[in-house]
Design a protein around this ligand. Sequence first.
Ligand SMILES: Cc1cc2nc3c(=O)[nH]c(=O)nc-3n(C[C@H](O)[C@H](O)[C@H](O)COP(=O)(O)O)c2cc1C
Length: 331
Amino acid sequence: MVQRRETRLNAEHRGLLEAAVQAPSSHNTQPWLFRLEDDVVHLLADRTRALPVNDPDDRELTISCGCALLNLRVAAAAAGLRADCRLLPDADDEDLLATVHLAVATGPGSDAPLAEEIGRRRTLRKRFDDRAVPPAVLRDLLRTAEDEGAWAVVVDDEAQRQAVAALVSEGDAMQWASPHWRRELAQWMHPRRRGDGLALAGIVAPLAQVVVRTVDMGTGVGAKDHALAENSPLLLAIGTAGDSSEAWLRAGQALERLLLVACGHGLQAGYLNQPLQLPALRHRLQHCLGHDGFPQVLLRLGYCDDPGEASPRRPVEAVLVAAGDERLEPR
Ligand SMILES: Cc1cc2nc3c(=O)[nH]c(=O)nc-3n(C[C@H](O)[C@H](O)[C@H](O)COP(=O)(O)O)c2cc1C
């Protein structure tokens, strides 16, 4: 655990961190911390924000931190900086996920244009328009995952799509049947002003939490998600050859790069990760995708005229750790 102290931020660091914290994260937990030392940014896992029921191995937590790392790299490119990353640089410190050495770049970074998409990206939970995704856009998306050492595979065959949709609704049924899973979800349903979690209007948050804690809505949610999987213009999985912390960090960077590139093409995305969060279903999804390696994220993508407002974030001061701070046990 990490103790936070007051630390001063220069404008350049602030810009990088503001981009990083706009990354997606499971249940919007924002499970990251940053330590700044001159030209080095350390990315740390904040495991006080873990989801032990939904994500017992911190797999999604690490993917989320990978997304933040990609945003930081993109923001550095836009600021004319080179960002040299080392993943998991200290074998004795599993919370230290990456170090990023910043230096003035000699030429313009090719990632710079993606910076504009960071604030436009949203997670969508409603249906997309019926517009198909053009093949050239699809090729672009698949390439981006490979650029980050991951793979992306499209679920395009109808029988395969039906099988994936069935796994999603089966996952919903299993998760909602668990009071522990529902309690954890309810704990992360927060009034928007809190700056994290799944944001609700302050007035409805307490009631919604009680309903989610006490009522198994698996059948209804499963039917809705089955229809979303069936009808999405594009359904794709991102995966990696291995299933280690390093693979998860790569998957996170691939996910966020793909989301930003998609956003540049006018696309938004939603997640259908239920089968990945349950080991038995993940195994079946792996088989169904017919791709070697480990699926990490299941996404639906499409067009939507009204992506809605951005979900809240905590201020960067809340995710800063001062250089030299000690690791402490939880308070
Ligand atoms: C690794 C990961 C897993 C996620 N899983 C789900 C999911 O299963 N269902 C869902 O609706 N959203 C999922 N999300 C999206 C988050 O809930 C979302 O990023 C967060 O609420 C912040 O909202 P934003 O993406 O619009 O900024 C996931 C995001 C990440 C990075």
